[in-house]
Design a protein around this ligand. Sequence first.
Ligand code: SF4
Length: 342
Amino acid sequence: MNLLEMTFKEVSQLLYNGFGRGDYHAGALLREVIKRGNHNFSTAPEFERSQGMSLALVSDYELPDFTVVDQMEEDNTVKFVTRLHDGCSIESVIIPMKQYNTLCVSTQAGCRMGCRFCETARSGFKRNLQVHEITGQLFSARNTLGKKISNIVFMGMGEPFDNFDNLVRSIRVFNDQKGFDVAFRHMTVSTCGLVPGIRALAGLGLTQLSLAVSVHSAIDEVRSVLMPVNRRYPLNVLRAALADYPLHKRRYILVEYVLIKGVNDSQEAAAALVQYLVPLKVRVNLIAYNPGRDPDPEFQGVDDCSMNQFASWLEDSGLFVIKRWSKGQKLMAGCGQLSTRT
Ligand code: SF4
């Protein structure tokens, strides 16, 4: 029994099938383990008069098989490293916002999408994360590091749609009110543009969930160099999937655009982006490129002036723009800087 992979209904069903019990004990079990981080759940009052079941559950209970082995903090942004059972390392980042903390979770150890500017891509692909390894990052952030987290962004290491089934299962486990209790509207899935994944997520009808898409250039030749995924799913194919995506009436697609000096920061690039986004309901996140550990000499970040100039070109055309000077650059926790090589 691995509670990091189960919803309340499933736990309740398991207790019913095995012991003729149900919601009362399932709620207690999730409260002790998921909300309080107490693996010694059999001491909870609900189990006092159910010692037979308690013993059986304890022997069937799987402790999380991962460990937080390192954590670093800068400006209240915390990056932590988790060592998995097979020696793989993954990174997660806790980002302070005005009223709450957001946890950026990884869905893969490494990534096979090969984006040119990305530190994760350079460290190669190891494997998909299992559901409990994804949800375990929130478990650790809350119960090991003691942080209050109310938002989740699937924006850490890996392409979430490349691990689709485990992603969707993790979303459902995160959302469980008796367990992690993160509202769908407080979760964002970020993709580099894997169109089948966008369409598959759309088919689930989770319209409260936010979708973020890394565009980085609205010119196919440039985007294909930055992001090999564009050769499989070029810009027009991506835009058709985004146009079809079922959005809740007050929600937008977040377009991520990492500004790289001399590559995608010109007025022509801004005009192409405006034209590309015209039919879509979007907000644009502009992010200054973060050079990684061994940065590609072709790529450099932009200064504040260039960032402001690019933003004003977009805003003059009516786009809503959010400028993000990445938090946590020094501790390599900024966008595109997570790595399995820690
Ligand atoms: S930017 Fe995202 S999708 Fe692209 S290689 Fe890095 S982790 Fe993978």
